[in-house]
Design a binder for this molecule. Structure first.
Ligand code: PLP
Length: 452
């Protein structure tokens, strides 16, 4: 930091302050973690200075032999860890991984067959009219994904997102009574809509998914099954999710982030079957800019860590801690979406505390508990204010928290929320955003967080 401070001290200060914040609060954001020193240090190297557009052994720049080693190792660790036929380590983030997946599915299922039908040996031979026809063909495909309010991600076909614009989209949800995935309703919707792509996976669904059933549904309608396991990749890596709960043997294409439960650097990965591998491999430069070689190196280090037995122990503890947190909430009378959890996250409905998600999130932050507000299924408060708070256990599990600590966390959260009153704006009108937290509660919670 001294070297950084000699150039731009404010960056050194902000970095130091971030460390203090992350150490001094309870980090319960389900998509965050603490990467190891080995992972963090690997990102701060001269690998960052190298351009390496293209793929291993096939670059658009000279002198990429070391990046080839790095990328090959990251892919090898990913293949071995997840038992995948092929792995692509370049995506800069989870959204980028999903874009690569969409593009490669379109390339494999639509563009390839179209070119074959047109008898085109080389795309350079296409006329303007051919390109127009191909563009129409590509732009006329259907995608079915999980809706945002029931736990899906923006990139799973949410209308305002590019995924909801590049495809004709429909969304599936959960059973309004139980909050659980309703595979029969999903099958019926898929049969009617006949998507090219069926997307499974979630950001805020507190339950496991049966990927064998997802595969069956995809097969019944001729869809490519794409699974976005960004949130639970660590649980797959740590063999907590096995059999039908492991998407890799069932999906054609699997995407993930590397920085959530997997505990690596910020970034993405795509896993695929041999069939989809050639089109995924062209992700850069067709979808992505030049690879971040220093981050691919850090992915290799994190994936090597995840192949160690200690990581399986960690992953099991993440799931056990989520149970402890959920039980802690339930025994204190709180409402949970689906009534509990069997993965790494818990979705608390805060309406019974008389609060919106935004008020609850702010009050918790004031008390040193860092979370994020989240929609609940059919949320009456919309996606900005919301009615829920999402909690995840990966980060605090890395810090060594177990059952007792998570029970204490539940106690602190409920204490803060019970002590929070929806407030008013300066003009006196009730505001969805303002709140007042009872004197002493934030101090008490800060003190407890510091002691934990
Ligand atoms: N996919 C899922 C399921 C996610 O939850 C997220 C992020 O929260 C992403 C993709 C996007 O990841 P990134 O922020 O790295 O682009």
């Amino acid at each position: 930091l001294e070297v950084i401070a000699s150039v731009e001290p404010r960056i050194a200060d902000a970095t130091r302050a971030e460390l203090a914040d992350q150490r001094g609060s309870l980090k319960l954001i389900a998509s965050e973690n603490y990467a190891s020193p080995a992972v963090l240090l690997t990102m701060g190297t001269w690998l960052s200075d190298k351009y390496a557009e293209g793929t291993v052994g096939h670059r658009f720049y000279a002198g990429c032999q070391n990046v080839d080693t790095v990328e090959s190792l990251a892919a090898e660790h990913a293949r071995e860890l997840f038992g995948a036929e092929y792995a692509y380590a370049q995506p800069h983030s989870g959204i980028d991984a999903n874009l690569v997946a969409f593009w490669s599915i379109l390339a494999h299922r639509v563009e390839g067959p179209w070119l074959e039908k047109a008898g085109a040996k080389n795309v350079n031979d296409l006329t303007e009219a051919d390109w127009e026809e191909l563009r129409n063909e590509l732009g006329n495909q259907r995608l079915l994904g999980m809706s945002l309010d029931t736990g899906g991600h923006l990139t799973h076909g949410f209308r305002p997102n590019i995924s909801g614009k590049m495809f004709h989209q429909q969304q599936y949800g959960t059973d309004p009574e139980t909050g659980l995935l309703d595979y029969d309703a999903l099958r019926a919707k898929a049969k009617e809509f006949k998507p090219l792509v069926l997307v499974a996976g979630y950001s805020a669904y507190p339950r496991r998914v049966n990927f064998a059933k997802m595969r069956e549904i995809a097969d019944e309608v001729g869809a490519t099954l794409m699974v976005d396991m960004a949130h639970f990749a660590g649980l797959v890596a740590g063999k907590v999710f096995t059999g039908e709960e492991n998407p890799v043997p069932y999906a054609d294409v699997v995407t993930t982030t590397t920085h959530k439960s997997l505990r690596g650097p910020r970034g993405g990965l795509v896993l695929a079957t041999e069939e989809y591998a050639p089109s995924v491999d062209r992700g850069c430069p067709m979808v992505l800019g030049g690879p971040l070689s220093h981050v691919m190196a850090a992915k290799a280090v994190a994936l090597a860590e995840a192949r160690r037995p200690e990581f399986a122990t960690y992953a099991q503890q993440v799931a056990d801690n989520a149970q402890s947190l959920a039980e802690g909430f339930l025994k204190r009378g709180a409402n949970l979406v689906t009534g509990g959890t069997d993965n790494h996250l818990v979705l608390l409905d805060v309406t019974s505390f008389g609060l919106t998600g935004r008020q609850a999130e702010s009050a918790l932050l004031d008390a040193g508990i860092v979370t994020n507000r989240n929609s609940v299924p059919g949320d009456p408060n919309g996606a900005w204010y919301t009615s829920g708070i999402r909690f995840g256990t990966p980060a605090l599990t890395t810090r060594g928290f177990g059952h007792d600590e998570f029970d204490r966390v539940a106690d602190l959260v409920v204490d803060v929320l019970r002590s929070t009153e929806p407030g008013t704006t300066k003009a006196g009108a009730p505001s969805k955003a303002s709140y007042a937290i009872a004197d002493g509660v934030a101090d008490r919670t800060h003190a407890a967080a510091a002691e934990m």
